[in-house]
Design a protein around this ligand. Structure first.
Ligand SMILES: O=c1[nH]c(=O)c2[nH]c(=O)[nH]c2[nH]1
Length: 349
């Protein structure tokens, strides 16, 4: 599903500049009966199902037998830089925005009638105009502004979803003095957010961080795991734990939150839970437990977070056997071996 890859996966982002995602199933007593909804289950569909039946033939299949479960389109990767100045001091936000819409009808899809379609080019222009007029105080506020604009301006919009991610520019410092107009690209985690709204429904906001690379060189092991004739992995009491973290949380219904402050607090919690105290760290018995520690720490410390998902794309380091070279290797030289993925979701009690 194109929509899923754009909004719900940190890996598949920015595939298409524009996308159209239509999901259909066989309705009534035809094949797939009882399966179509779970086959194509995704939160946006269950929140605001859009169902249309239509009466015309496609090959041998009657369109009246087909149920349109979801019909969305939108503009992806609207990239721009918003500059704000206060006296001589410059503030910069470079972002990438995706905005998707679902209309109350899908006549453009069913019979080629485009009268309700807001062109993706217009969607892009609206995003740019909102950036110019409102500025980008926070990513979340900007995503909310975009959703509200489409809901209030176009009666034919049944659902709107906007994703915004920020390019990690950081103000340069010279001897501790912040530079007024120079920035450095610091890839220590990409901030993103999503806002979505169904007509007559609440505006729901998500935020997150992705591509956050973390490593600890001790205080990690993996022992006591399930073993059988296929197991070759040795137990490890001391290993390097390294991974690329994706974390997404939901604020639930949008309130007047200090989004910047909460985001920074969550980032801090992630780092604290991953690393443990600076002088001794904290033992991790598995990647799984580390993911859980991160989630629990965030849920404890940040009451605004309702649901938190953490994905850790692990990088395993294997200590190189140097016996053949006449050397011992006490973990000084390791080779990066493989990547796996751990995904976990937790909610506030
Ligand atoms: O922390 C770990 N969890 C696993 O599930 C796993 N699997 C594996 O091969 N090494 C590890 N390490």
């Amino acid at each position: 599903m194109a929509f899923k890859s754009i909004f719900d996966s940190h890996q598949g982002f920015a595939i298409y500049n524009e996308s159209i995602s239509i999901i259909i199933g066989i309705s009534g007593n035809h094949r797939n009966k009882g399966h179509k909804h779970c086959l194509f289950h995704c939160p946006s569909i269950t929140q605001a199902p859009t169902k249309f039946h239509y009466n015309c033939d496609i090959f041998s299949l009657q369109i009246k037998d087909v149920e349109v479960l979801n019909c969305e389109y939108g503009k992806n990767t609207i990239k721009f830089l918003r500059l704000h100045t206060e006296g001589k001091k410059h503030f910069v936000k470079e972002v990438e925005v995706c905005t998707h819409l679902r209309l109350t009808s899908c006549h453009e899809y069913l019979d080629g009638n485009n009268s309700a379609v807001i062109p993706t080019d217009t969607i892009k222009n609206i995003v740019l105009v909102l950036a110019k007029k409102n500025g980008i105080s926070t990513l979340e506020q900007f995503a909310i502004d975009i959703c509200q604009h489409f809901m209030t301006t176009f009666r034919q919009v049944a659902y709107v979803k906007t994703y915004v991610q920020e390019v990690p520019w950081q103000r340069l410092q010279e001897n501790g003095v912040p530079h007024i107009h120079s920035f450095i690209y610091v890839p220590n985690g990409i901030r993103f957010c999503e806002a979505e709204q169904c007509r007559n429904g609440p505006l729901v906001v998500f935020a997150g961080i992705k591509d956050l690379k973390l490593m600890k060189t001790t205080q990690s092991g993996f022992e006591g795991f399930c073993k059988n004739e296929h197991t070759t992995l040795p137990e490890r009491k001391d290993r390097i734990l390294c991974g690329e973290l994706f974390c997404k949380w939901s604020y639930g219904e949008c309130k007047d939150f200090d989004f910047d402050c909460i985001w920074n607090k969550i980032r801090e919690c992630i780092l604290e839970a991953f690393a443990g105290p600076p002088d001794c760290g904290e033992y991790s018995p598995s990647y799984q437990k580390t993911v859980n520690c991160i989630q629990m720490h965030v849920l404890c410390k940040v009451p605004q977070v309702q649901v938190i998902e953490v994905v850790l794309n692990n990088t395993f380091y294997n200590v190189v056997d140097m016996k053949n070279l006449g050397l011992t290797n006490d973990k000084e030289v390791s080779k990066c071996s493989k990547h796996t993925c751990l995904d976990s979701r937790n909610t506030q009690p």
